[in-house]
Design a protein around this ligand. Sequence first.
Ligand SMILES: C[S@@+](CC[C@H](N)C(=O)[O-])C[C@H]1O[C@@H](n2cnc3c(N)ncnc32)[C@H](O)[C@@H]1O
Length: 313
Amino acid sequence: MAHFFHTPVLVKEVVTHLVHLPDGAYVDGTAGGGGHSEAILKKLAGGGRLICLDRDPDAVDSCRRRLTAYPNVCIIKANFADLDEVVRDLHIKNINGVLLDLGMSSYQLEKSGRGFSFGRREPLDMRMNPADRLTAYHLVNDLPLHDLENILRSYGEEKRARSIARAIVRARERGPIETASQLGEIIDSANPGSRRNRLRHPATRSFQALRIAVNRELESLDRFLDKIPSLLCAGGRLVVLSYHSLEDRRVKQAMMAWERPCICPPDFPRCVCGRTPLFRRLFKKGIKPDPKEIQNNPRARSAVMRAAERLAT
Ligand SMILES: C[S@@+](CC[C@H](N)C(=O)[O-])C[C@H]1O[C@@H](n2cnc3c(N)ncnc32)[C@H](O)[C@@H]1O
Protein backbone atom coordinates (compact mmCIF):
# COMPACT_ATOMS: atom_id res chain seq x y z
CA MET A 1 0.00 0.00 0.00
CA ALA A 2 1.29 3.49 -0.89
CA HIS A 3 1.70 6.02 1.92
CA PHE A 4 -1.81 6.93 3.17
CA PHE A 5 -2.37 10.67 3.28
CA HIS A 6 -5.42 12.83 3.84
CA THR A 7 -5.84 16.26 5.43
CA PRO A 8 -8.96 16.23 7.62
CA VAL A 9 -11.47 19.08 7.22
CA LEU A 10 -12.94 21.35 9.95
CA VAL A 11 -11.21 19.32 12.67
CA LYS A 12 -11.72 21.80 15.52
CA GLU A 13 -15.39 22.31 14.67
CA VAL A 14 -16.04 18.56 14.34
CA VAL A 15 -14.49 17.73 17.72
CA THR A 16 -16.16 20.66 19.51
CA HIS A 17 -19.63 19.67 18.36
CA LEU A 18 -19.16 15.90 18.61
CA VAL A 19 -17.41 15.29 21.95
CA HIS A 20 -19.64 16.64 24.71
CA LEU A 21 -18.91 13.85 27.22
CA PRO A 22 -15.18 12.96 27.46
CA ASP A 23 -15.92 9.56 29.04
CA GLY A 24 -18.45 8.61 26.36
CA ALA A 25 -18.46 6.12 23.48
CA TYR A 26 -17.96 7.62 20.02
CA VAL A 27 -17.93 6.31 16.45
CA ASP A 28 -15.94 7.63 13.52
CA GLY A 29 -17.90 5.96 10.71
CA THR A 30 -15.46 7.03 7.97
CA ALA A 31 -12.06 6.81 9.65
CA GLY A 32 -9.95 7.15 6.44
CA GLY A 33 -6.42 8.18 7.44
CA GLY A 34 -7.47 8.61 11.09
CA GLY A 35 -7.05 12.41 11.24
CA HIS A 36 -10.46 13.14 12.79
CA SER A 37 -10.20 9.94 14.86
CA GLU A 38 -6.95 11.06 16.46
CA ALA A 39 -8.37 14.51 17.24
CA ILE A 40 -11.39 12.86 18.91
CA LEU A 41 -9.16 10.49 20.91
CA LYS A 42 -7.12 13.46 22.19
CA LYS A 43 -10.31 15.01 23.57
CA LEU A 44 -11.49 11.81 25.32
CA ALA A 45 -10.82 11.08 29.00
CA GLY A 46 -9.75 7.72 30.52
CA GLY A 47 -13.26 6.23 30.31
CA GLY A 48 -13.91 7.35 26.75
CA ARG A 49 -13.66 5.05 23.76
CA LEU A 50 -13.74 5.36 19.99
CA ILE A 51 -14.91 2.85 17.39
CA CYS A 52 -13.42 3.54 13.94
CA LEU A 53 -15.06 2.11 10.82
CA ASP A 54 -14.06 2.20 7.18
CA ARG A 55 -15.08 0.00 4.26
CA ASP A 56 -11.63 0.36 2.66
CA PRO A 57 -9.07 -2.15 4.04
CA ASP A 58 -6.21 0.27 3.24
CA ALA A 59 -7.83 2.89 5.48
CA VAL A 60 -8.25 0.33 8.24
CA ASP A 61 -4.54 -0.66 8.03
CA SER A 62 -3.47 2.95 8.00
CA CYS A 63 -5.63 3.81 11.04
CA ARG A 64 -4.29 0.83 12.94
CA ARG A 65 -0.74 2.08 12.35
CA ARG A 66 -1.54 5.68 13.21
CA LEU A 67 -3.55 4.98 16.35
CA THR A 68 -1.44 2.23 17.98
CA ALA A 69 -0.66 4.46 20.97
CA TYR A 70 -4.34 4.67 21.98
CA PRO A 71 -5.64 1.77 24.08
CA ASN A 72 -9.26 2.95 23.86
CA VAL A 73 -9.78 2.59 20.11
CA CYS A 74 -11.29 -0.29 18.17
CA ILE A 75 -10.82 -0.28 14.37
CA ILE A 76 -13.15 -2.36 12.21
CA LYS A 77 -13.61 -2.84 8.47
CA ALA A 78 -17.32 -2.17 8.04
CA ASN A 79 -19.89 -0.07 6.23
CA PHE A 80 -21.34 2.65 8.47
CA ALA A 81 -24.77 1.56 7.23
CA ASP A 82 -24.24 -1.57 9.37
CA LEU A 83 -23.47 0.40 12.55
CA ASP A 84 -26.33 -1.31 14.40
CA GLU A 85 -24.66 -4.71 13.88
CA VAL A 86 -21.24 -3.35 14.89
CA VAL A 87 -22.48 -1.92 18.21
CA ARG A 88 -24.49 -5.05 18.93
CA ASP A 89 -21.41 -7.24 18.38
CA LEU A 90 -19.34 -4.96 20.65
CA HIS A 91 -22.09 -5.00 23.34
CA ILE A 92 -22.20 -1.19 23.41
CA LYS A 93 -25.45 0.15 24.87
CA ASN A 94 -24.96 3.92 24.63
CA ILE A 95 -23.38 5.79 21.75
CA ASN A 96 -22.65 9.42 22.60
CA GLY A 97 -21.63 10.61 19.17
CA VAL A 98 -21.12 9.58 15.55
CA LEU A 99 -19.07 11.34 12.89
CA LEU A 100 -19.42 10.78 9.14
CA ASP A 101 -16.90 12.50 6.86
CA LEU A 102 -18.42 11.39 3.57
CA GLY A 103 -16.84 10.73 0.19
CA MET A 104 -13.28 9.73 -0.61
CA SER A 105 -9.88 10.26 0.95
CA SER A 106 -7.02 11.92 -0.91
CA TYR A 107 -5.25 8.56 -0.76
CA GLN A 108 -8.11 6.85 -2.62
CA LEU A 109 -8.20 9.58 -5.24
CA GLU A 110 -4.49 9.88 -5.86
CA LYS A 111 -2.66 6.79 -4.67
CA SER A 112 -4.97 3.79 -4.41
CA GLY A 113 -4.53 2.85 -8.10
CA ARG A 114 -8.28 2.19 -8.39
CA GLY A 115 -9.14 4.65 -11.15
CA PHE A 116 -10.98 7.30 -9.10
CA SER A 117 -9.24 10.13 -10.93
CA PHE A 118 -9.75 10.84 -14.65
CA GLY A 119 -6.12 11.82 -15.29
CA ARG A 120 -4.66 8.42 -14.40
CA ARG A 121 -3.88 5.34 -16.43
CA GLU A 122 -5.37 3.07 -13.81
CA PRO A 123 -7.93 0.28 -14.22
CA LEU A 124 -11.54 1.47 -14.04
CA ASP A 125 -12.34 0.05 -10.63
CA MET A 126 -13.56 2.77 -8.18
CA ARG A 127 -14.45 0.32 -5.41
CA MET A 128 -13.78 1.62 -1.90
CA ASN A 129 -14.05 -1.95 -0.69
CA PRO A 130 -12.19 -4.19 -3.16
CA ALA A 131 -14.24 -7.16 -1.92
CA ASP A 132 -17.41 -5.71 -3.50
CA ARG A 133 -18.37 -7.22 -6.87
CA LEU A 134 -19.44 -4.26 -8.97
CA THR A 135 -16.71 -2.10 -10.57
CA ALA A 136 -16.78 1.03 -12.75
CA TYR A 137 -15.49 -1.15 -15.61
CA HIS A 138 -18.76 -3.12 -15.52
CA LEU A 139 -20.93 -0.01 -15.50
CA VAL A 140 -19.03 1.71 -18.31
CA ASN A 141 -18.68 -1.34 -20.55
CA ASP A 142 -21.87 -3.31 -19.89
CA LEU A 143 -24.74 -0.96 -18.98
CA PRO A 144 -27.34 -0.11 -21.62
CA LEU A 145 -27.18 3.49 -22.87
CA HIS A 146 -30.28 4.57 -20.96
CA ASP A 147 -29.05 3.23 -17.59
CA LEU A 148 -25.66 4.84 -18.06
CA GLU A 149 -27.32 8.16 -18.85
CA ASN A 150 -29.50 7.84 -15.73
CA ILE A 151 -26.48 7.27 -13.49
CA LEU A 152 -24.66 10.30 -14.92
CA ARG A 153 -27.75 12.48 -14.52
CA SER A 154 -28.91 11.31 -11.08
CA TYR A 155 -25.58 10.91 -9.29
CA GLY A 156 -23.49 13.48 -11.16
CA GLU A 157 -26.25 16.05 -11.80
CA GLU A 158 -24.61 16.11 -15.25
CA LYS A 159 -26.58 18.21 -17.76
CA ARG A 160 -24.78 16.58 -20.70
CA ALA A 161 -25.56 13.05 -19.48
CA ARG A 162 -27.09 11.95 -22.79
CA SER A 163 -24.22 13.04 -25.03
CA ILE A 164 -21.62 11.64 -22.63
CA ALA A 165 -23.44 8.29 -22.40
CA ARG A 166 -23.66 8.18 -26.21
CA ALA A 167 -19.93 8.93 -26.55
CA ILE A 168 -19.14 6.10 -24.11
CA VAL A 169 -21.33 3.63 -26.00
CA ARG A 170 -19.76 4.64 -29.35
CA ALA A 171 -16.25 4.27 -27.92
CA ARG A 172 -16.86 0.84 -26.38
CA GLU A 173 -18.07 -0.49 -29.76
CA ARG A 174 -14.40 -0.26 -30.80
CA GLY A 175 -13.23 -2.24 -27.76
CA PRO A 176 -13.54 -2.18 -23.95
CA ILE A 177 -12.78 1.04 -22.07
CA GLU A 178 -10.06 -0.10 -19.70
CA THR A 179 -8.59 2.90 -17.88
CA ALA A 180 -9.68 6.04 -16.05
CA SER A 181 -7.65 8.27 -18.40
CA GLN A 182 -9.25 6.62 -21.45
CA LEU A 183 -12.72 7.32 -20.03
CA GLY A 184 -11.67 10.88 -19.13
CA GLU A 185 -10.67 11.52 -22.74
CA ILE A 186 -13.91 10.06 -24.13
CA ILE A 187 -15.97 12.33 -21.85
CA ASP A 188 -13.79 15.31 -22.73
CA SER A 189 -14.36 14.65 -26.45
CA ALA A 190 -18.15 14.67 -25.86
CA ASN A 191 -17.87 18.21 -24.46
CA PRO A 192 -16.95 20.64 -27.18
CA GLY A 193 -15.66 24.05 -26.06
CA SER A 194 -12.44 25.65 -25.04
CA ARG A 195 -10.69 24.06 -22.09
CA ARG A 196 -9.59 27.48 -20.96
CA ASN A 197 -13.22 28.48 -20.24
CA ARG A 198 -13.85 25.44 -18.06
CA LEU A 199 -13.78 25.82 -14.31
CA ARG A 200 -13.33 22.08 -13.87
CA HIS A 201 -12.56 19.07 -16.02
CA PRO A 202 -15.66 17.93 -17.99
CA ALA A 203 -15.31 14.42 -16.54
CA THR A 204 -15.57 15.55 -12.89
CA ARG A 205 -19.32 15.01 -12.56
CA SER A 206 -19.34 11.72 -14.50
CA PHE A 207 -16.56 10.30 -12.33
CA GLN A 208 -18.45 11.35 -9.21
CA ALA A 209 -21.59 9.65 -10.57
CA LEU A 210 -19.83 6.37 -11.37
CA ARG A 211 -18.10 6.31 -7.97
CA ILE A 212 -21.41 6.88 -6.17
CA ALA A 213 -23.07 4.11 -8.20
CA VAL A 214 -20.23 1.59 -7.73
CA ASN A 215 -20.14 2.10 -3.97
CA ARG A 216 -23.91 2.58 -3.54
CA GLU A 217 -23.00 5.62 -1.50
CA LEU A 218 -26.44 7.21 -1.22
CA GLU A 219 -28.00 3.88 -0.31
CA SER A 220 -25.52 3.52 2.58
CA LEU A 221 -26.21 7.06 3.74
CA ASP A 222 -30.00 6.51 3.63
CA ARG A 223 -29.69 3.23 5.57
CA PHE A 224 -27.51 4.95 8.16
CA LEU A 225 -29.89 7.91 8.55
CA ASP A 226 -32.82 5.53 9.07
CA LYS A 227 -30.99 3.75 11.89
CA ILE A 228 -29.17 6.52 13.74
CA PRO A 229 -32.12 7.81 15.84
CA SER A 230 -32.35 4.42 17.57
CA LEU A 231 -28.56 4.13 18.08
CA LEU A 232 -27.69 7.45 19.75
CA CYS A 233 -28.52 7.94 23.43
CA ALA A 234 -30.18 11.13 24.72
CA GLY A 235 -27.73 14.00 24.34
CA GLY A 236 -25.76 12.03 21.71
CA ARG A 237 -24.45 13.99 18.73
CA LEU A 238 -24.43 13.29 15.01
CA VAL A 239 -21.91 15.30 12.96
CA VAL A 240 -21.79 14.91 9.16
CA LEU A 241 -19.40 16.44 6.64
CA SER A 242 -20.74 16.32 3.05
CA TYR A 243 -18.97 17.28 -0.17
CA HIS A 244 -21.78 17.53 -2.69
CA SER A 245 -25.43 18.52 -2.73
CA LEU A 246 -26.84 14.98 -3.11
CA GLU A 247 -25.36 14.02 0.27
CA ASP A 248 -25.91 17.34 2.00
CA ARG A 249 -29.56 17.52 0.95
CA ARG A 250 -30.24 14.09 2.46
CA VAL A 251 -28.53 14.97 5.73
CA LYS A 252 -30.26 18.35 5.98
CA GLN A 253 -33.70 16.91 5.21
CA ALA A 254 -33.26 14.07 7.70
CA MET A 255 -32.23 16.50 10.45
CA MET A 256 -35.16 18.81 9.69
CA ALA A 257 -37.59 15.87 9.71
CA TRP A 258 -36.25 14.66 13.08
CA GLU A 259 -36.72 18.14 14.48
CA ARG A 260 -40.32 18.37 13.26
CA PRO A 261 -41.55 14.79 13.34
CA CYS A 262 -45.27 15.61 13.02
CA ILE A 263 -46.72 13.63 10.12
CA CYS A 264 -50.19 15.20 10.11
CA PRO A 265 -51.36 16.48 6.71
CA PRO A 266 -50.57 20.21 6.32
CA ASP A 267 -54.28 21.18 6.20
CA PHE A 268 -54.98 19.76 9.71
CA PRO A 269 -55.65 22.70 12.07
CA ARG A 270 -53.61 21.07 14.86
CA CYS A 271 -51.35 18.05 15.37
CA VAL A 272 -53.14 14.77 16.08
CA CYS A 273 -50.21 12.37 15.52
CA GLY A 274 -48.57 13.40 18.80
CA ARG A 275 -45.04 12.62 17.66
CA THR A 276 -42.29 14.51 19.49
CA PRO A 277 -38.98 15.80 18.10
CA LEU A 278 -36.13 13.27 18.00
CA PHE A 279 -33.23 15.71 17.50
CA ARG A 280 -32.42 19.39 17.67
CA ARG A 281 -30.03 20.86 15.14
CA LEU A 282 -27.01 22.48 16.79
CA PHE A 283 -27.02 25.19 14.10
CA LYS A 284 -29.43 25.84 11.23
CA LYS A 285 -27.01 26.70 8.44
CA GLY A 286 -24.25 24.27 7.51
CA ILE A 287 -20.74 25.32 8.61
CA LYS A 288 -18.17 25.76 5.83
CA PRO A 289 -14.38 25.97 6.06
CA ASP A 290 -12.95 29.49 6.07
CA PRO A 291 -10.82 30.81 3.16
CA LYS A 292 -7.57 30.07 5.03
CA GLU A 293 -8.44 26.39 5.45
CA ILE A 294 -9.49 26.17 1.79
CA GLN A 295 -6.21 27.77 0.73
CA ASN A 296 -4.24 25.21 2.76
CA ASN A 297 -6.47 22.28 1.74
CA PRO A 298 -8.35 22.92 -1.55
CA ARG A 299 -10.32 19.69 -1.05
CA ALA A 300 -12.12 21.44 1.82
CA ARG A 301 -13.79 23.96 -0.51
CA SER A 302 -16.98 21.95 -1.05
CA ALA A 303 -17.35 20.73 2.55
CA VAL A 304 -20.49 21.46 4.59
CA MET A 305 -20.80 20.36 8.21
CA ARG A 306 -24.15 19.69 9.90
CA ALA A 307 -24.74 18.53 13.47
CA ALA A 308 -27.71 17.50 15.58
CA GLU A 309 -28.29 16.32 19.14
CA ARG A 310 -30.54 13.40 20.06
CA LEU A 311 -33.29 14.45 22.43
CA ALA A 312 -34.74 12.34 25.22
CA THR A 313 -38.06 10.87 24.08
C1 LIG B 1 -13.19 11.75 3.43
S1 LIG B 1 -12.52 10.21 3.86
C2 LIG B 1 -12.41 10.30 5.62
C3 LIG B 1 -11.15 10.94 6.09
C4 LIG B 1 -10.99 10.93 7.60
N1 LIG B 1 -12.00 11.72 8.26
C5 LIG B 1 -9.61 11.39 8.01
O1 LIG B 1 -9.52 12.23 8.90
O2 LIG B 1 -8.63 10.87 7.45
C6 LIG B 1 -13.88 9.15 3.66
C7 LIG B 1 -13.64 7.71 4.05
O3 LIG B 1 -14.91 7.11 4.22
C8 LIG B 1 -14.86 5.80 3.74
N2 LIG B 1 -16.24 5.44 3.44
C9 LIG B 1 -17.02 5.93 2.47
N3 LIG B 1 -18.25 5.38 2.53
C10 LIG B 1 -18.23 4.52 3.58
C11 LIG B 1 -19.20 3.66 4.15
N4 LIG B 1 -20.43 3.56 3.66
N5 LIG B 1 -18.84 2.94 5.24
C12 LIG B 1 -17.59 3.03 5.77
N6 LIG B 1 -16.63 3.81 5.23
C13 LIG B 1 -16.95 4.56 4.16
C14 LIG B 1 -13.94 5.86 2.56
O4 LIG B 1 -13.38 4.59 2.32
C15 LIG B 1 -12.90 6.89 3.03
O5 LIG B 1 -11.80 6.25 3.62
